[in-house]
Design a protein. Sequence first.
Length: 281
Amino acid sequence: MAEARIRVGIGGWTYEPWRGNFYPQGLAQHKELEYAAQKLTAIEINATYYRLQTASSFAKWRDSTPEDFVFSVKGSRYVTNRRVLAEAGEAIDRFMASGLAELGDKLGPIVWQFATTKVFDTDDLGAFLRLLPDRLGTRKLRHALEVRHPSFMSPEYLALAREHDVATVYADSDEYPRFADLTGGFVYARLMKTQSRHETGYEAAEIAQWAQCARDWATGSEPASLDRIEVVRAQKAAARDVFMFFISGAKERAPAAAMAALEELARLEQNGGASARPSRA
């Protein structure tokens, strides 16, 4: 069984409340990504959702991070925030040509976040999924969908996502649909309920639970504690890469939550002996 990688991180790296909290006092802002990448194992780039970035920016981010670091990239809102997804082909092409290839081996999943008003439509979503490219140059791409309307909580959606081998984001949120049914060959989780009153965003027991979920996913199991649409779980599968981001909620606590999860994963690695391992915990 191939070894799975568990990556844990945050969304973005430029956030004023992190200065003097996560980032050391006086750290130059142009050094913040470099510092964050030494403490975490992945970052979700959110700026790409709002506007196209440049090839030089992607290259700079690549060169500012360790060799085994990975970025996930949020797809452009000009792709996903439209009434007819099937008409997004030109916008997808522009986004893919904006310089993502400069990330090289550090390019992780591309996350397509839908608006809360976007209703599941089998034909329209199927057409959209057919537009998503399998490759960028010679690199195999991985796509994840973050769906935010309850109409997606259906077996029909799961079947369509699985047909196209796209992951569905698991959102730990009280605002958006929350279901852990697996639809792709990797797992993507966005944990959005950090609270200021906890130094690590989540309580220690919750951090331990999320770390265990990550190991379950990585070793081919499915966490029994998470909500699902389908009651019957699939048989244990092959190892899966896992991407887990602490994002939203009390954002000032996100880095501490991610680092605590990495520490817990390291402890599980020492005690469990399973093949999945956290990256640079």
